[in-house]
Design a protein around this ligand. Structure first.
Ligand code: BGC
Length: 739
């Protein structure tokens, strides 16, 4: 009877028990035939020679190693021709176990989309899921089985260049984005030819590296780890993400790769994760410089015990695991468990039925330049844009403006629009729509688009300033494109100074002296500091790195085809001294009374307390009025549902979208609670003049937190319920909620 219920339940989850059983059996049978060396081979992943983010080890005969069954997976092997060559080698091995091809497909593949931080600014999970879906369709057509995404690290430090790859600073939003991306990549489930395995990375707390320096240490309370950094990982594990990647950092003194607590006890134990864990690039071997392992053999021992299943590029497993097993230091069951996890995924992908099922030249050609995908890239690009200032309503710009000048190092950007983590294809420069081209295409045919580069992104050369100033003088409106080059945010791209690099700000000041109206567009992979611009330029648009269709997406917003509705997923600091900065901080015993209060309070004596732009912030060409905030109850007991509603009216002149945000504060706790925490949001569309009542249901689930003994529960007491247009502008009502 129990069995029947179980199968009905599993069928409801889309899991076919008999298929699962037979995969288990097949894996068992296959493993019975494998030698120890062949098993260890499955735990081994090498880089193809194309691209690399870490030190490369050259192998004399990689193909020979594949034929000898010493390799389970290859990363950075792209394209049907290349992957076919490798798979041919694997088919010559004794047991013909297919290779897995992994790749960093981070924000699109042939069609690139906004960087994940930019996409998060849409606050639209359907769009985010679709972007990952398309990336999977394209990547799988190029022979790829597995993407090393999504990165679900919480990022509160914009000096850390990898914030571009994640969903920003907030755990709640990070959970939703992580889940949407996993669903998109894995589509209708592994086994479909257009589904790739997703990989939750970097496990764990990589975003909290000291000083925003990549690869650095993380030292934090377990409570903080569980409350802020782990939930997005747990959430994607719960929905069946196929793989995890561990991280380079140590956590409280133990490198993540050798960290048994997080990998074996939590992930594979308490969370019951069924997939496998790949190390980060060389991170097993890097436990030596960490000072955690004395040599590669010791590193292999510590990593396998801790639960790292596959060794990316350090060769510790292939060189030492067999010896460790023979010496009795590593239990064969640990190896078997890792092999089983990896083989199971290969079966689930259907690779044992047909090792070449992702290798189809026709499909590859079809996905090389898919117009539908480009159309979508244009849409998600424009929806990722955040309007930071529009004081004089210079935007939207009329396409009949007689003379428009576009000035700045990114005006004719191609690869810069891709951003970090994109694969360079030879036809990129013809495919990527530049800002210049996008704007030109929408300007009236009787109007003129002038151009001057003005300066490079990152040097001290001012020789092009004079020409840029002359160009500005001829124009009615100047669009300036400043920001970061594509290799200025991303892995190993930590910056101590996140102001505009080089002489970009000087150029802006020179152009501003002409008195011409300026629209400043900022292309960047992270929040930058641009305090002078914020004070002096009335119109600022944050465009991130938008991908293949960047120029069209930008033009759609500038000319008002799309009314911008993006909201910041990270707090923008006034300057680097405020970092780390995030909206859900603790109040402290001496909170500042206001923005300029510096009188023996927790503040800087030389800086205002608030950020340049708060989390959740973003303007529209229209305005939204919030009124009639209403709570269904103010005194509650037990497991009730509290309804909070508010009326939002489009009070401006354009139809538009608004993200209505719900925050909660627990006023007194067993441990101190943040001043507010995002607990819900709704993205709504309102026609000009239209109103809608937005309502949120709040239950005790939303009030739970980790206490100092890691119990996850809620407490009786008072709570502030806040609703507003961003984390700083909210209306507040208080409730008393008893258990
Ligand atoms: C990065 C990972 C990436 C891997 C493979 C590492 O350096 O940290 O995020 O997936 O390289 O490219």
């Amino acid at each position: 009877m129990k069995k029947i219920f179980l199968s009905i339940f599993l069928a409801g989850l889309g899991i076919n028990i008999s298929a699962q059983k037979s995969i288990d059996q097949k894996v068992t049978e296959l493993m019975a035939k494998m030698t120890l060396e062949e098993k260890i081979g499955q735990l081994n992943q090498y880089n193809d020679d194309i691209t690399a983010t870490g030190p490369i080890t050259k192998d004399a005969d990689k193909a020979g190693q594949v034929r000898a069954g010493k390799l389970g997976s290859i990363l950075n092997a792209v394209g049907t021709k290349n992957t076919k060559n490798w798979q041919d080698q694997a088919m010559q091995s004794r047991l013909k176990i297919p290779l897995l091809f992994g790749q960093d497909v981070i924000h699109g593949f042939r069609t690139t989309f906004p960087i994940p931080l930019g996409e998060t600014a849409t606050w639209d999970m359907n769009l985010i899921e679709k972007s990952a879906r398309i990336a999977a369709i394209e990547a799988s057509a190029y022979g790829i089985h597995w993407t090393f995404a999504p990165m679900v690290d919480i990022g509160r430090d914009p000096r850390w260049g990898r914030v571009m790859e994640g969903a920003g600073e907030d755990t709640y939003l990070g959970i939703l984005v992580g889940k949407a991306r996993v669903k998109g990549f894995q589509g209708n489930g592994l086994g479909n030819k257009d589904a790739v395995m997703a990989c939750a990375k970097h496990f764990a707390a990589y975003g909290a590296a000291v000083g925003g320096r990549d690869y650095n240490s993380v030292d934090m309370s377990l409570r903080q780890l569980h409350e802020t950094y782990l939930p997005p990982f747990k959430a994607v594990s719960d929905i069946g993400v196929a793989t995890f990647m561990n991280s380079f950092n140590d956590i409280n003194g133990i490198p993540a790769t050798g960290n048994k607590y997080i990998q074996r006890d939590l992930l594979k134990g308490a969370w019951n994760f069924q997939g496998f864990v790949v190390s980060d690039w060389g991170s097993i071997g890097e436990m030596i410089p960490h000072g955690f392992a004395k040599d590669n053999k010791d590193a292999a021992l510590k990593a396998i015990i801790a639960g790292s299943d596959m060794d990316m590029e350090s060769r510790s497993y292939t060189n030492h695991l067999a010896e460790l097993v023979k010496e009795g230091k590593v239990d064969i069951q640990l190896i078997d468990d890792a092999v089983r996890r990896i083989l199971t995924k290969k079966y689930e992908l259907g690779l044992f039925d047909d090792p070449y099922r992702f290798i189809n030249e026709k499909r590859e050609k079809e996905q090389a330049n898919n117009p539908e995908h480009r159309k979508f890239a244009r849409e998600i690009g424009s929806k990722s844009i955040v309007l930071l200032k529009n004081e004089n309503q210079l935007l939207p710009l009329s396409p009949t403006t007689k003379k428009v000048a576009i000035i700045g190092p990114f005006a004719k950007a191609t690869v810069e629009n891709h951003g970090f983590w994109s694969i360079a294809f030879p036809d990129d420069s013809q495919r990527i729509v530049t800002q210049f081209d996008g704007i030109k295409a929408q300007l009236d045919k009787n109007s003129e688009l002038l151009y001057a580069k003005g300066c490079n992104a990152n040097d001290n050369d001012k020789s092009l300033f004079a020409e840029a100033v002359e160009t500005a003088k001829k124009a009615d409106v100047v669009i300036m494109t400043l920001g970061e080059g594509h290799a200025m945010s991303g892995e190993a791209k930590s910056r101590s100074n996140i102001h505009f690099s080089g002489v970009q700000e000087d150029l802006l000041k020179e152009i501003a002296k002409t008195g011409k109206p300026i629209i400043l567009m900022i292309n960047a992979g992270r929040p930058l500091v641009f305090d002078w611009a914020s004070e002096n330029i009335p119109t600022i648009v944050y465009t991130w790195w938008l991908g293949t269709e960047a120029g069209n997406s930008i033009a759609d917003v500038l000319f008002g085809k799309i009314n911008p509705g993006g909201k910041l997923p990270m707090t923008f600091p006034r300057n680097e001294g405020q970092i780390p900065i995030y909206y859900n901080y603790y109040n402290t015993g001496r909170p500042a009374k206001n923005n300029t209060d510096r009188n023996y309070v927790s503040a800087y004596i030389d800086l205002d307390n608030d950020p340049a732009y708060p989390f959740g912030f973003g303007l529209s060409y229209t305005t939204f009025k919030y009124s009639d905030f209403n709570l269904s109850l103010t005194e509650l007991k037990g497991n009730l549902t509290l309804n909070a509603s508010i009326k939002v009216t489009n009070s401006g002149n354009y139809d538009g979208e608004e993200v209505v945000q719900l925050y909660i504060r627990d006023l007194v706790g067993k441990v101190v609670r943040p001043v507010k925490e995002l607990k819900g949001f709704q993205k709504i569309f309102l026609k000009k003049g239209e109103s809608k009542t937005v309502s949120f249901n709040i239950t005790p689930e939303d009030l739970k937190f980790y206490d100092d003994e890691l119990n996850f529960d809620w407490e009786s007491g008072e709570f502030d319920i806040m609703i507003g247009t961003n984390s700083a502008q909210v209306q507040t009502k208080r409730v008393n909620w008893e258990k």
